[in-house]
Design a protein around this ligand. Structure first.
Ligand SMILES: [Zn+2]
Length: 385
């Protein structure tokens, strides 16, 4: 029997994909090839619910996944991402009049967005994230970060009624049982006047681009706009804004707490069947495209994170002939999970020539092309869709 949907609790209607032996972490730092190869693996059974347009890993085991200081998720070394982050903070502050207000971020990573919110005019920011590293954040009396999960397990002194805005970016897709999580937040808010913004990878884009490499173990949930609206509704929130940003890669929804469950209009059908049908041909096309360069040891992948791990897990023949590079200095000299591939500093590859240079996220194509030119690194540049 298929498991129930974590959002609407109907029985799953479709099994989209099954993957065995998937590394459970894709951005944890491994200091040796042995450690990278010894990373635990799990199973992905990607299921879909056509009642609310949700997809999730029905085989997810939350005990396998751990978040701590070795979890290197930041994209903030990219100038393109920094600009996006600053603009998004400024947009939130302007749209929701957060000047002089207090914002709490659930899953604040290394704290860069909290800093951007302060720069945009927020008076006070509070963050929660077990991967937070105080040595990498600004020292600012207006910013308090707890290096732990939210809600806190111990009794953190928190005057919840003082919080005007909750933001939770690129985190809810990691949360096992998102309905319990959001219900708990709703209970904590009570009848206090505030707003909640949630940002997740957009399922619509994963389906439309057949983005196989956007399905990985840490993400147990894949929300569409319909599914996230439904989740908000069943947990006591009314959606006031829903949009996609960052080239439609991210879905951003803002809601306010309400007393009664909101009616949710019927879902527009999503192309689940087409995605399932296209997955294998898409993967075969990438194998054909990348394997010759991989065999000749002339394949460079720019971006040593989740997409690279997912791609190399799907095409394991590339695990030996690929060179990896990443802009994040904390990754240099470490190994990509589930491979024996070391992650290079772009400077180390100066004046090298590759047959194919694969940019893991197309949004960074311009930025990476500029850096490649500056470093004299040559080759045909292509991007994962
Ligand atoms: Zn559902």
């Amino acid at each position: 029997m298929m498991p129930d949907c974590p959002v609407c609790q109907h029985r799953a209607t479709t099994e989209l994909l099954v993957l065995q032996n998937v590394p459970v972490h894709s951005v944890r730092l491994a200091t040796s090839a042995e450690a990278a190869n010894a990373i635990p693996t799990g199973e992905i059974q990607l299921l879909a619910c056509e009642h609310c347009n949700m997809a999730w890993n029905g085989a997810f085991d939350p005990k396998l996944v751990h978040y701590d200081g070795n979890y290197e998720e930041t994209q903030a070394y990219s100038p393109r991402f920094q600009v996006f982050q600053q603009q998004f903070a400024a947009q939130l502050v302007k749209t929701f009049q957060l000047e002089g207000k207090t914002v709490l971020e659930i899953g604040c990573g290394k704290g860069e967005f909290l800093e951007a919110l302060l720069d945009a005019g927020a008076a006070q920011v509070i963050g929660f994230d077990p991967s937070f590293d105080p040595t990498r954040a600004r020292s600012d009396a207006r910013m308090t970060v707890y290096a732990e999960l939210y809600p806190p397990s111990r009794n953190v002194e928190l005057t919840l009624p003082g919080i005007d805005f909750y933001v939770c970016k690129m985190t809810l897709e990691h949360v096992f049982q998102p309905r319990a999580f959001l219900t708990q937040l709703r209970t904590a808010i009570g009848n206090h006047d505030c707003l909640v913004a949630i940002q997740v990878p957009a399922l619509e884009r994963i389906l439309s681009t057949t983005a196989y490499w956007d399905i990985y173990y840490e993400h147990c949930n894949y929300f569409s706009a319909d599914a996230l609206a439904k989740l908000f509704a069943v947990c006591g929130f009314a959606v006031i804004e829903s949009e996609t940003i960052f080239d439609d890669q991210y879905l951003n929804v803002v809601a306010r707490p309400v007393d009664v469950e909101q009616d949710k209009s019927p879902c527009t059908p999503l192309p689940f069947a087409a995605f399932k049908h296209k997955l294998h041909t898409e993967l075969a096309a990438w194998r054909e495209r990348l394997q010759p360069a991989g065999t000749r040891q002339t394949l460079l992948i720019w971006g040593a994170a989740s997409k690279a791990v997912a791609l190399l897990s799907a095409l394991p023949e590339l695990k030996t002939g690929t060179t990896l590079v990443d802009i994040n200095p904390h990754k240099h000299g470490t190994y990509l999970p589930a491979t024996e591939l070391v992650i290079h500093d772009p400077q180390q590859l100066r004046d090298r020539r590759f047959e194919v240079i694969l940019v893991a996220n197309p949004i960074y194509l311009d930025e990476v092309t500029t850096m490649l030119r500056k470093l004299g690194i040559q080759g045909e540049i292509i991007a994962l869709n």
